[in-house]
Design a protein. Structure first.
Length: 82
């Protein structure tokens, strides 16, 4: 079993509530639940992390050495800066 980590960047905590007519009704919790289920089905463990603070994301990346795979959404992080 591998430990996997998905990092969600700024504003993704608003999915499902902010402009659902554009972004849809699916929440970040829904997305995380799907990721966790898929990982478990494949025999792995998934951890999901979201923060609106860049320093918290950097800290989480630095502490992720025990994970076999790190998934991030850099596009969302760069968009949040504009």
């Amino acid at each position: 079993m591998k430990k996997l980590l998905t990092i969600h960047g700024p504003n993704l905590n608003l999915l499902g509530t902010r402009e659902p007519e554009i972004y849809g009704a699916m929440t970040l919790a829904d997305i995380d639940a799907g990721l966790i289920t898929q990982a478990k089905t494949a025999g792995h463990q998934m951890e999901c992390f979201q923060s609106n603070a860049e320093h918290e994301i950097v800290d989480r990346v630095h502490s992720a050495r025990e994970h076999a795979l790190l998934l991030s959404e850099p596009y969302q992080q760069s968009r949040a800066l504009h």
